[in-house]
Design a protein around this ligand. Structure first.
Ligand code: 6CS
Ligand code: FE
Length: 313
């Protein structure tokens, strides 16, 4: 599909988005042309889990990490929040109102603990099984969602942003969110529409240069229309990722997901590891803006190598 864009040349794009507001009259959702599970690579997921992932676009593994392994991650997160170098690195995103830490990006590079987690064979092999290839980390982050002051993330598809602003050609990307605190319905637990990953929702509105400076706190562009969200919500319903600390959610990059504000006293901190296929390396951003910084979208697609003596084995 060749898409006329407001200020840059037409490109061949199977997932057109960030379209002219003038096009609103004929914006339709697009049936996903790509698979959810790529090929038939053997791996740790049993067939039932893989079938659920294929059908719903996500799969939850309770107890993916033991309490001791969660504690190791939590202590590392705690250390990072007090790390002066990190504070000045640009990798910390703070809440607009409270100034509390909202996210820390690129944890797989700045922390040996989270690098080990990403290279843990039983986790790495699950990503390879879904994506059918060698994988690398496109993006990693800890979303902190502090108690009383944590603000959520409105409905969106991560792939829509990673396609338009980072240049990922296809949704051959899987995110793993691991709960570092208990995730409840009332402390910002992530919500997903089961099956909506098979629909791509073009978004209206051209991407401002440097959009990430505000989108990581409050995303306004690259957000589906209320009518598209309503249609998908009634078609697919909504499920929520809740569970004890240590639970892991594997979700497709085009899953429609959101999380509410956290007005409870209980923090909801999750680490996110975004595995991308080495066959899906970033190209020029399809939305026509300059590529985002590498802490949001790695450009080095060297495959991850398994860490045999990982503390998370
Ligand atoms: O822009 C991004 O890459 C980030 N934005 C959201 C709302 N989710 C994915 C990702 O962390
Ligand atoms: Fe997201």
């Amino acid at each position: 599909m060749t898409t006329a864009r407001s200020t840059h040349e037409a490109v061949d794009d199977r997932y057109p988005s960030r379209l002219d507001a003038s096009a609103t009259h004929d914006i339709n959702t697009i049936p996903r042309p790509d698979p959810t599970v790529w090929g038939a690579t053997p791996g740790p997921f049993p067939a039932t889990a893989l079938a659920e992932y294929e059908r719903k676009g996500f799969h939850i593994e309770d107890g993916l990490l033991t309490p001791a392994q969660v504690q190791e991650c939590w202590s590392e997160f705690d250390r990072m929040t007090d790390d002066a170098d990190l504070a000045d690195s640009g990798l910390l995103i703070r809440e607009r109102e409270s100034g509390a830490i909202r996210s820390i990006f690129r944890v797989h590079r700045v922390s040996p603990v989270f690098e080990a987690l990403a290279r843990t064979p039983r986790i790495l092999d699950r990503a390879r099984q879904i994506l059918g290839s060698e994988v690398y980390i496109h993006q990693s982050r800890i979303n902190a969602m502090p108690g009383m002051a944590g603000t959520g993330f409105y409905w969106h598809s991560d792939f829509e942003t990673w396609h338009a602003e980072d240049g990922l050609p296809a949704p051959r990307t899987v995110s793993l969110s691991i709960a570092l605190t208990d995730n409840f319905p009332f402390n910002g637990g992530l919500m997903l529409m089961p099956g909506a990953h098979r629909t791509f929702v073009p978004c209206i509105g051209e991407t401002p240069e440097g959009h990430f400076h505000e989108s990581l706190q409050d995303q306004r562009v690259g957000v589906p229309s209320p009518s598209a969200i309503t249609e998908l919500g009634y078609e697919h319903g909504i499920e929520q990722f809740t569970g004890a600390a240590g639970a892991g959610l594997f979700f497709d990059s085009n899953s429609m997901h959101a999380s509410g504000n956290n007005i409870s006293p209980y923090p909801r901190a999750n680490v996110f590891l975004v595995f991308n296929s080495v066959e899906n390396a970033p190209r020029e951003p399809y939305g026509g803006t300059a590529p985002r910084p590498d802490y949001l979208a790695e450009r080095d697609v060297t495959p991850l190598t398994p860490l045999a003596d990982s503390p998370f084995a």
